[in-house]
Ligand binder design. Structure first.
Ligand SMILES: NC(=O)c1ccc[n+]([C@@H]2O[C@H](COP(=O)([O-])OP(=O)(O)OC[C@H]3O[C@@H](n4cnc5c(N)ncnc54)[C@H](O)[C@@H]3O)[C@@H](O)[C@H]2O)c1
Length: 455
């Protein structure tokens, strides 16, 4: 698998490791608190102006605005154009930028933007999923690098066409699985789960979920209602479908794709393997006006270099029970509950597992707090006390969650590093999501052959 961060797992000396994490905007935790960040040769703002380049953003809804906010913290790119089919979205963002004295050209159709904008180096795509392939492929054909949100597409054919367009153009295509650039995830994978330490020992099982409480559909201000012919021109039946595209089969991929894609990608990346079989159950059980199922429970089987792994994944959109969203890797010596939300992340040592004393000394893991003593030690079986011994991963991130992924994209364009989530790597991982959707829809186990993951 593509892994530009293997050096983090390679047993770096402390000074070099600090330089790397400092450049990535990290703090390292020791038992006493944060290690001070050392100065970095790549401090933002120290680059020469010639390294600054122009970009555009296509799709200015919830995610487009989150990405824009992160981009505004990266002073070496200039947003010069924005594009959205909904004037309400583009006007909102145009006004927002104006407050920071940033004037941009505004477009409704990305093709017009590509014709008119001659200084662009890259485009950020944050449209609904079914527009990812057409917009991305047009941008690549126009000779531009692209950062496109996940899922790559709502169809496997669409996603494959993006990899083909990337290869044909010779340009970079980063997919928005931002955990791949998150320093907390990189250290968790490369120093705790994999690498020399392998703190968890042999991993035998995974448990993950994204559970969110029931909600109501998105609405829109009456004055911002688009005309039927305008909606139809861009593939939407009506305003309700336009605002709630995630739930419609021709437009999005449903919750397994929308939420699960991030986490199923983490399963594959951390195991360095793809599933061999998937079983799943799900249904459109609660919401009356949605096409996609609103819940799914999935079991993946993996054959890894260390042996078989069984991985459970569930997505629920009617309850937040079970503690939100995380991926928990369970090994013989310990388990890591990983989450993009650091408050959910936890590291447990099996009381009967291999000692972590050396890992504590070398800061691969840090002690969280003194484990509470069992009320009556004599009655506690050492094999069942893992949850009592709590540790942390040794990293905090001080940036917005998408910023490192965008920085990785921009720095890759400058030839300084390699993409952490290029489209071919992302597609291999997203194929596992398409397989789970197939298992839910057919109500049958789906075999995943090694050749299914050739892209
Ligand atoms: N990486 C993450 O953590 C993350 C989080 C949320 C959403 N996303 C992804 O971001 C994308 C956008 O999601 P969202 O929540 O912002 O949706 P949204 O509905 O809030 O916004 C989509 C925007 O795209 C515009 N649009 C639709 N078709 C267009 C076209 N052809 N050209 C230009 N603009 C068009 C809409 O008018 C709207 O303003 C999706 O692919 C989603 O999966 C990623």
């Amino acid at each position: 698998m593509n892994d530009p961060f293997d050096h983090l797992a390679a047993g770096l000396d402390r000074r070099r490791f600090l330089q790397l994490v400092s450049a990535a905007g990290l703090g390292l935790l020791s038992s006493g608190g944060l290690w001070g960040a050392e100065p970095s040769a790549q401090t933002p703002g120290s680059r020469t102006p010639s390294e600054t380049f122009d970009i555009a953003i296509v799709g200015l809804g919830a995610q487009g605005r989150i990405l824009l906010e992160a981009i505004q913290k990266i002073p070496t790119v200039r947003v010069v154009a924005i594009c959205d089919i909904w004037e309400y979205s583009s006007t909102y963002v145009q006004r927002l930028l104006k407050k920071s004295d940033i004037l941009v050209n505004v477009y409704e159709d990305h093709r017009t933007m590509l014709e008119k904008e001659k200084t662009l180096t890259a485009v950020i795509v944050a449209t609904p999923d079914f527009w990812h392939a057409p917009v991305t492929n047009d941008c690549l054909s126009a000779g531009l690098h692209v950062y496109c949100e996940k899922m790559m597409s709502n169809t496997l054919e669409g996603a494959r066409s993006m990899v083909a367009a990337m290869r044909k153009s010779g340009k970079l295509l980063q997919i928005g699985h931002q955990r791949r650039s998150n320093p907390r995830y990189i250290v968790a994978r490369n120093r705790i789960v994999r690498g020399d330490a392998k703190a968890l020992g042999r991993i035998t099982a995974i448990n993950g979920q994204w559970n969110r409480a029931a909600g109501t559909d998105f609405g829109w201000p009456a004055k911002a209602t688009m005309k039927p012919d305008h909606l139809a021109k861009y593939g939407f039946k009506d305003m309700h479908q336009f605002r709630n595209w995630r739930w419609f089969k021709d437009l999005g991929g449903g919750p397994l794709s929308d939420l699960g894609a991030h986490q199923i990608d983490i399963y594959n990346w951390f195991l360095d393997a793809y599933p061999t079989r998937v079983m799943a159950s799900g249904g459109a059980d609660y919401y009356q006006n949605h096409e996609w199922f609103d819940n799914a429970m999935v079991i993946y089987e993996y054959q890894t270099a260390d042996g078989p792994v069984r991985a459970f994944y569930q997505v629920q959109t009617t309850t937040s029970a079970g503690g939100g969203y995380f991926e928990q890797f369970m090994g013989i010596d310990g388990s890591l509950k990983m989450s993009e939300n650091p408050k959910i992340t936890a590291l447990y040592h099996e009381a009967a597992g291999k000692s972590w004393d050396d890992l504590l000394r070398s800061n691969v893991v840090v002690a969280n707090k003194a484990a509470p003593a069992p009320a009556d030690t004599a009655k506690v079986d050492a094999r069942e006390t893992a949850a009592l011994a709590s540790y942390q991963i040794p990293v905090v991130m001080s940036k917005a969650i998408h910023q490192p992924h965008l920085e990785n994209f921009f720095d890759s364009i400058r030839g300084r590093t390699k993409l952490t989530c290029p489209a071919d790597e992302a597609l291999r991982s997203e194929i596992a999501v398409f397989k789970a959707i197939e298992a839910v829809e057919t109500k049958n186990p789906v075999i995943c052959k090694p050749e299914d993951f050739i892209v």
